[in-house]
Design a protein around this ligand. Structure first.
Ligand SMILES: [Mg+2]
Ligand SMILES: [Zn+2]
Length: 165
């Protein structure tokens, strides 16, 4: 039995992206409005949730893999309190100016890994992002996609509009 998945960008989609370009501190991590209710709704419809995020600040030496992994534990705990379980969180630590890679969106390496690992049906799955690179990655991986404005309300913009059913 194949699974259907919602792939999610992190910054600007799950959490608020503000002035600071790179978010790696817990105090800078705030969930966007509508995130809990939208993710709860996706789970109720049988989707698994997978986060795919570019974290080029690691390659630039601005923060470490440990910082990102700690923040992702914090994010997972924050969501778990509300009954929202993330199946996987993938991050690309590279930056094209420093070390080109296949995993940074619009690269599809993490999508391909997840699709194989969790037996995900491409045609039934979606990517939600706020950047062109999120949408391009989804298209290259054969997923449906929806682009929301940065820090847009997923519940209002996607669920209530019936875009994802
Ligand atoms: Mg983003
Ligand atoms: Zn990478």
């Amino acid at each position: 039995m194949m699974k259907k998945a919602i792939f999610l960008d992190r910054d600007g989609v799950i959490n608020t992206k503000g002035e600071e370009y790179y978010i790696y501190k817990k105090e800078d991590f705030k969930l966007n409005d509508g995130v809990i209710s939208a993710l709860t709704w996706f789970i109720s419809k049988g989707y698994i949730l997978i986060v795919v995020t570019n974290q080029g600040g690691i390659a630039k030496g601005l923060y470490t893999r440990e910082d990102v992994e700690e923040l992702h534990e914090f994010m997972a705990d924050l969501l778990k309190v509300h009954g929202v379980f993330l199946t996987a969180v993938y991050y690309c630590p590279h930056h094209p100016d420093i070390e080109p890679c296949e995993c940074r969106k619009p690269g599809t390496l993490f999508f391909e890994e997840a699709i194989k690992k969790y037996s995900i049906s491409r045609s039934e799955s979606w990517m939600i992002g706020d950047s062109d690179s999120d949408i391009e990655a989804a298209q290259r991986a054969g997923l449906k996609s929806v682009k929301i404005p940065t820090n847009g309300n997923m519940m209002e913009l996607i669920v209530k509009k019936g875009i994802i059913k």
